[in-house]
Write a protein that binds this ligand. Structure first.
Ligand code: AMP
Length: 118
């Protein structure tokens, strides 16, 4: 569960309060370009609900929504990077998570071979 009373940055993007380069949207998910891309294609795939801070919480509470995040990631990868991609869920501050509203990083294009880094 999110512990903050303030809307998350991603909720504000979904509400059009903060501009973003939105590439996909349906009732439950929004996707937009990361403002600081770490790969030729770097999209964030975000459930609109701010109820879940990370992928573990999402998987436990709503596995169908997690599956939909993956399906949207595949669709976007088909459109933006030849269907090939890396999907990253940073979970916890020590792992690099800065926004505690669950989101997938979809990284594509030519990625550094043989590494797991962004
Ligand atoms: P994480 O560090 O896993 O929580 O990922 C948060 C991501 O959000 C980072 O890759 C940031 O570059 C990205 N980000 C922060 N602010 C914005 C914004 N206004 N629009 C798009 N992406 C953003």
């Amino acid at each position: 569960m999110s512990t903050t009373a303030e809307p998350s940055l991603f909720s504000r993007i979904a509400a059009r309060e903060i501009p973003a380069d939105i590439v996909f949207e349906n009732e439950r998910i929004i996707a937009f370009r990361d403002i600081a891309p770490k790969a030729p294609v770097h999209l964030l795939v975000v459930p609109k609900t701010a109820e879940f801070a990370n992928v573990t919480e999402l998987a436990a509470a709503d596995p169908a929504l997690l599956a939909e995040v993956v399906a949207v990631a595949q669709q976007l990868a088909d459109e933006h990077c030849d269907g090939q991609y890396r999907l990253v869920f940073n979970t916890g501050a020590q792992a690099g998570q800065t926004i505690f509203h669950v989101h997938a990083h979809l990284l594509g294009g030519t990625l550094t071979e043989g590494t797991l880094g962004q």
